[in-house]
Write a protein that binds this ligand. Structure first.
Ligand code: HEM
Length: 282
């Protein structure tokens, strides 16, 4: 007879015992008691648990994105683009995870969602301070969005710090200027909290990089990492918009926006504008 089918792993000889009184444990290290106590639905509707967990998981991934992004920006400031690229590549992989989560959310029908939507009051993704910090650190400096946090001083302080700091794109252009690329002072010494204004000189600089890749390999490689990151960000935005349309149609958002119409407008935003326009100019 062939080997019997195994239905349990034989633990004979393995030492799997641990004493809660001794040192660290899996749950204590990961603070699982706190983490697992954080899902408190407001209704008995089955789908609300999924709705809460998707948001919480997304916030955790955003936390890691911010951690990586802030470190990457600091590295670029010190001309260390290679380790920064490793972090940007990780962010792009996390963004794939975030984008995948829309497929789980889309298993919720409009009727499922409407069964608890009223209980959410005015709560909305607009109020995600981590998302706003990410947008600001990436380069979408829309100062008005920070007003949402006027009544939340701790969140407001973090969001304002991100608004007032140079973005990943700002630091990339400063890196280029330090490495003999011709860029106007208005680009490398600007008021960081203002929206970035695309300009011909920056597009010309990227044109030079893309036409002479051997000479500017480091910038060329870095530019492609940025494009990768922005494309992934767009995919997240697009899937959010389409999932929202699937679930609430063209109703207004709980945060007060027009809903899908607002999310469609956000799709037009460009974080690294000249890296896109240069493609037509090559
Ligand atoms: C049924 C599910 C969802 C619906 C119907 C929905 C709907 C919306 C709408 C209509 C907006 C525009 C602002 C407003 O008026 O509220 C918005 C913004 C936002 N949502 Fe969602 N959303 C859903 C799930 C999610 C999930 C799972 C996340 C993950 C964190 C998320 C994150 C965000 C963020 C960050 C914004 C701000 C986007 C920006 O300012 O560009 N949403 N959402």
């Amino acid at each position: 007879m062939s080997d019997p089918i195994r239905t349990a792993v034989d633990l004979e000889g393995e030492d799997i015992h641990w004493d809660p009184a001794e040192g660290l444990s899996y749950g204590r290290y990961l603070k699982l008691d706190t983490l697992m106590a954080g899902q408190t639905p407001l209704t008995d509707e089955h789908d609300e648990m999924m709705f809460i967990i998707i948001h919480q998981a997304s916030e955790l991934w955003m936390k890691l994105c911010l951690h990586e992004l802030e470190a990457a920006v600091a590295l670029v400031q010190r001309d260390q683009t290679r380790p920064a690229m490793k972090m940007l590549a990780r962010i792009a992989r996390i963004q794939e995870q975030l984008t995948q989560s829309w497929a789980v959310l889309a298993t919720m029908t409009p009727s499922d969602y409407l069964s608890f939507r009223d209980k959410l009051g005015q709560s909305s993704g607009f109020q995600s301070w981590q998302y706003r910090c990410l947008e600001y650190r990436l380069g979408n400096k829309n100062a008005k969005m920070a007003r949402v946090f006027d009544k939340e001083p701790a969140a407001k302080a973090r969001v304002m710090a991100a608004l007032n700091a140079p973005s990943l794109y700002d630091e990339t252009l400063r890196f280029a200027a330090r490495h003999d690329m011709a860029l106007p002072t208005s680009v490398v010494e600007r008021e960081w909290s203002n929206a970035y204004v695309p300009c011909d000189e920056v597009e010309a600089m990227w044109r030079e990089v893309y036409l002479n890749t051997e000479r500017h390999w480091e910038l060329y490689e870095f530019a492609e990492k940025l494009v990768d990151l922005e494309q992934k960000f767009q995919q997240w935005r697009f899937n959010h918009m389409k999932t929202v349309e699937r679930i609430i149609g063209f109703r207004r958002g709980t945060g007060g926006s027009g809903g899908v119409s607002y999310l469609v407008k956000a799709l037009e935003l460009r974080l690294f504008p000249e890296l896109w326009t240069v493609r037509t100019a090559l």
